[in-house]
Design a protein around this ligand. Structure first.
Ligand code: ZN
Length: 252
């Protein structure tokens, strides 16, 4: 009897422990399943949002081809005095105050007669502009361009030289360059050397050679710009602005 009582107690005890243990496992399993489900749902939401964000980015990103067309169309309006001045309003200012999405980088000369927004009939938030005399580059300029390409998704760079460029002209003339002007001359000199061996107008050939040199400098710039070019998402083009008729021509 005593033994039976003991056995019953043991069985009761075991069953009780088992139930507790089982219930505990069941609860844990349910909790785990619930957690896994929540994680899966969270992951799916994340994927959906990322896809939507990527789609929006792709939709808004202006390709190199489109960017060039926008610039040339704007230049045509400027030449024909048919400017729209479309993005020069207070509404546009408020719109771009929230963030910028320029569609092109323009590397051009500091010359007061070559303001890109005017000669391409563009406005606020349209162009990411780098201006140094002789449309040359230094590290800070390249860093600025890398920012535009890498962070602002700009897919098109135009290096814009211009007719009768003073910085190129001074380099062609030679002689002493005072102060920091010497650094400009030093940067442009290889283009002038190349132009001197070509037939035709030395200054204009030097302007063109200088543009070509800067284009090559950007194309081979490591580690950011050359990678974007390799991936096929960045175009670098040279162009020349005519001071007399206002037209921009893409250089071969
Ligand atoms: Zn110039």
């Amino acid at each position: 009897m005593q033994l039976f009582y003991c056995e019953t107690l043991v069985v009761y005890y075991h069953e009780n422990i088992y139930d507790k243990y089982y219930n505990n496992i069941k609860t844990k399993r349910e909790k785990n399943m619930k957690r896994t489900s929540m994680l899966v749902v969270g992951f799916m939401i994340l994927v959906l949002f990322s896809t939507a964000a990527l789609a929006m980015q792709t939709d808004t990103a202006v390709t190199g081809k489109e960017a060039q067309q926008k610039l040339l169309d704007g230049n045509k309006r400027y030449v024909n005095e048919k400017q729209t001045h479309i993005n020069q309003t207070a509404k546009r200012r408020i719109e771009v105050a929230k963030g910028q999405h320029p569609f092109a980088v323009v590397v051009c000369c500091s010359d007061s007669r070559v303001p890109p927004e005017i000669l391409f009939d563009q406005g606020l938030g349209d162009l990411f502009v780098i201006r140094l005399a002789g449309n040359i580059l230094n590290d800070e300029a390249i860093g600025s361009i890398e920012y535009a390409v890498d962070h602002l998704d700009v897919q098109y760079i135009m290096v814009l030289g211009h007719e009768r460029c003073g910085a190129v002209g001074a380099t062609v003339q030679g002689g002493e360059a005072p102060g920091h002007i010497g650094s400009l001359v030093k940067a442009i000199q290889p283009a002038v050397d190349k132009a001197k061996s070509q037939p035709g107008d030395v200054l204009d050939n030097a302007v063109r050679a200088n543009v070509g040199m800067v284009v090559e400098q950007l194309k081979s710039s490591a580690p950011i710009l050359n990678e974007f070019i390799k991936k096929g998402v960045l175009t670098v083009v040279g162009a020349r602005y005519d001071l007399d008729d206002g037209a921009v021509a893409i250089l071969p």
